[in-house]
Design a protein around this ligand. Structure first.
Ligand SMILES: NC(=O)c1ccc[n+]([C@@H]2O[C@H](COP(=O)([O-])OP(=O)(O)OC[C@H]3O[C@@H](n4cnc5c(N)ncnc54)[C@H](O)[C@@H]3O)[C@@H](O)[C@H]2O)c1
Length: 391
């Protein structure tokens, strides 16, 4: 529906922002009124190719472009001040993942939104969690919410398909530094997986984390991580991720009393138990018996091309007044909470109970950033972000 064109600004014209520029320019109900980057050449180049106006400071974009809505695709720490400034001015926001580096910042953004809504009740604040549009994940959520697996026992997600070379980490000055990025694989590559975990299973009560810092790469942040999650309903979760395994694995295994679901290589398969495992476990007289189970392949579609565009379209539709967001701003807190909890637990070598102490984690982060003496070699390897999304 093209009732009118929404005036949108875009901040950050790097790997991800350039994709957003393409999408926004192609959308009929969007007028890209300004593109902004600290690097003048980038802003000028995108302004010319998108038929837009270049800005080099987001405050100038806010003041002079006439925008109604803004897409924020800058490095993580800047998500917070730019989002808060925009919301306070009544500008709708689409913020890239992760919503923030640490929970205190995410909470500040939520508070700013709540405050701004008093003055601008129709203000919309969305997040770029495009993996929620993937048909396979929608199907898995549908199966879990429908109770087909019964009470969940275990979820194990091994996602080591995030292999990154040293050249990748050298490609942007802010990457893989405590001061610039605020974290490693949990902050950069895994926010989507962490969001998906909490979308499917909710937040655990307790988190134990084991994070190796710069184990395989010359970086000062984590590149190999295991999280162990304990949920209030008894379910346990394992979250095993790495940027230093090739070939990598991306396998999500979900076990419930009525069977086991596996999502791997784009396929969902399920073993359905003929009776509840709990009931069988209690009642059978066979010491080595197993529940009879049947193997099923769950039909699902491949990922639809252009998931970022889908999230963007839904955001624009919602602002214009006839849609709902794929992910709302406040939903970003949970994945940041999980990431921070794994890192805090690893740092303290003890389990962390959620909600975690945001001040404690922020203090550790500040200490790490202050002590950072990392000198990065910067080389432009021309990163193609279309290869970056999860497999
Ligand atoms: N949703 C996804 O699939 C996805 C994929 C990749 C990256 N991202 C996210 O997008 C964001 C940007 O990542 P990237 O890989 O594009 O980084 P990048 O380094 O390639 O680009 C960032 C750009 O922002 C500019 N910039 C930095 N601070 C700025 C500021 N204050 N004002 C204006 N411009 C500023 C830089 O000059 C650079 O051009 C991050 O939050 C990242 O996690 C999301």
């Amino acid at each position: 529906m093209t009732d009118r064109k929404l005036k949108v600004g875009l901040i950050g014209l790097g790997n991800m922002g350039s994709g957003h520029a393409r999408d926004l320019t192609a959308m009929e109900n969007v007028e890209l009124v300004g593109v902004c980057d600290l690097v003048k050449e980038k802003a000028d180049k995108f302004a010319a190719s998108c038929g837009s106006t270049a800005y080099y400071d987001y405050r100038d974009l806010f003041a002079n472009s006439g925008l109604e809505a803004v897409v924020i695709a800058v490095p993580h720490f800047d998500h917070t001040p730019i989002t808060i400034d925009a919301l306070g001015k009544g500008i709708h926001v689409m913020c890239e993942k992760p919503v923030s580096v640490h929970v205190n910042d995410a909470k500040k953004m939520d508070a700013a939104y709540a405050e701004a809504k008093k003055k601008y009740p129709n203000l919309i604040y969305g997040l770029m969690f495009m993996e929620r549009t993937y048909p396979n994940f929608i199907k898995i959520k549908d199966i879990l919410d429908g109770g087909e697996l019964g009470q969940l026992v275990r979820a194990t997600w091994i996602n080591t398909a995030w292999f990154r070379s040293q050249a990748y980490f050298n490609s942007g000055g802010w990457r893989a530094t405590w001061a610039g990025e605020g974290g490693g694989i949990l902050t950069n590559q895994c926010p989507h997986n962490l969001d998906m975990y909490q979308w499917l299973f909710g937040l655990p009560e307790k988190v134990s984390g084991f994070a190796h810092i710069g184990k395989y790469h010359d970086i000062e942040v984590e590149d190999e991580v295991t999280g162990y999650f304990e949920h209030a309903n008894g379910m346990v979760g394992h979250f095993i991720v790495s940027t230093a395994e090739t070939p990598g694995t991306n396998r999500l295994e979900i076990v419930g009393e009525h069977g086991r679901l596996i999502y791997e290589n784009g396929k969902i398969t399920m073993n359905r138990n003929r009776m509840s495992m709990f009931k069988f476990l209690r009642e059978t007289t066979e010491p080595f018996g197993n529940v009879e189970s049947w193997h099923t392949e769950i039909p699902s579609q491949p990922n639809i091309p252009g998931p970022h565009r889908q999230v963007m379209e839904r955001w624009v539709d919602t602002i214009i007044g006839h849609g709902t967001l794929i992910a709302e701003g406040h939903e970003g807190l949970n994945s940041v909470m999980l990431a921070n909890a794994i890192m805090l637990s690893s740092h303290k070598t003890q389990a962390v109970t959620l909600p975690l102490d945001g001040d404690e984690y922020e203090a550790i982060l500040k200490e790490r950033a202050a002590k950072s003496r990392f000198v990065k070699a910067v080389a432009d390897v021309g990163v193609d972000m279309s290869k970056s999304f999860s497999k």
